[in-house]
Design a protein around this ligand. Sequence first.
Ligand SMILES: CC(=O)N[C@H]1[C@@H](OP(=O)(O)OP(=O)(O)OC[C@H]2O[C@@H](n3ccc(=O)[nH]c3=O)[C@H](O)[C@@H]2O)O[C@H](CO)[C@H](O)[C@@H]1O
Ligand SMILES: [Mn+2]
Length: 321
Amino acid sequence: MRVVSSANLTSLTESWLEDLRWCRTRRSNDFMTTDIITRDSGCCFDFRRTDVVTVTPWLAPIVWESTFDPVLMDAIFKPQNLTIAATVFAVGKYVQFLKDFLKTSEQFFFIGFNVHIYVFTDRPNDVPKVQLAPGRKVSVRVVQSSQRWQEISARRMEMVHTLLLELSDSTHFIFCLDVDSKFHGRWGSESLGELVAVVHPGYYGNPRSRFPFERRTKSRAYMAPSDGDFYYCGGAFGGSVDQVLALTQTCSKNYRDDEKEGVEAAWQEESHLNRYFWENKPSKVLSPEYLWQDFKPRNPEIRIIRFSGVIKNYAAIRPNV
Ligand SMILES: CC(=O)N[C@H]1[C@@H](OP(=O)(O)OP(=O)(O)OC[C@H]2O[C@@H](n3ccc(=O)[nH]c3=O)[C@H](O)[C@@H]2O)O[C@H](CO)[C@H](O)[C@@H]1O
Ligand SMILES: [Mn+2]
């Protein structure tokens, strides 16, 4: 397994995290290169952002509104006739979230692409019928419920892995999404990449020491105090079929192996996902625009909310507390 944890990268990352926290104090001199590229290319699209960090220390883009041209992105990707899969789990009472999830995906998620949404549920009869545009499809897969929400959430990794083993070459990219959410703005071709992570909306302004990584060495999701780039969310991630196949295989195996030893990571599959992304750097990082939370006031750097978790009464909808 490739583990990138050199002192260099760590110190670079620490200084970059400083940048993220103090990004608003940075001034235009730092961004002269961007000016020059804009002028020389003759591009009239203003993709400068000086208030946020838009590239990782390993040179992966961090996607924020106004860092890309959606028309140009679509002109590149649409002719490739891609199929984008999405997985969403609606087990037990979470089936109530499906209607809004599916309806809003029709308005905002990869419009103009072939889209195949796989709904995993124990209540197939309660899956709402939503009018779909041509080229878009919803399939239902029946799964077992569990008495523990932690298990429902964590087992998604292995079920997505099984699905991916069955998919033919005609599916190119996949996103795995939480169902208790709605789309509010474009989520499209700008998000495509081999391995795609979304920065968790709750922690992006925090220092690394406050990231809720698994800190017990007995778990396979363990992260040392000096480890970590971002804290990524479990509610949205994706990439090419091959890359997500590898990710789900590793995360589900590590979750299972922990389980055999009576260990459950602090945030279940989200903890294993964070460990995976530490060892396997995402090729593209999506800003918290791609998974906001309705209960959070919108911060000024969030110019658009594309996908956001709804406010829910955990006690009323989860099988356990
Ligand atoms: C914003 C974000 O990143 N959310 C993550 C977070 O909390 P959340 O509080 O958003 O977790 P959650 O209650 O939405 O559960 C995660 C997902 O599991 C499914 N589900 C859960 C319970 C249930 O009874 N039925 C059901 O179908 C459903 O798709 C749901 O969206 O922590 C979870 C725990 O590990 C997952 O990592 C979530 O992805
Ligand atoms: Mn959720």
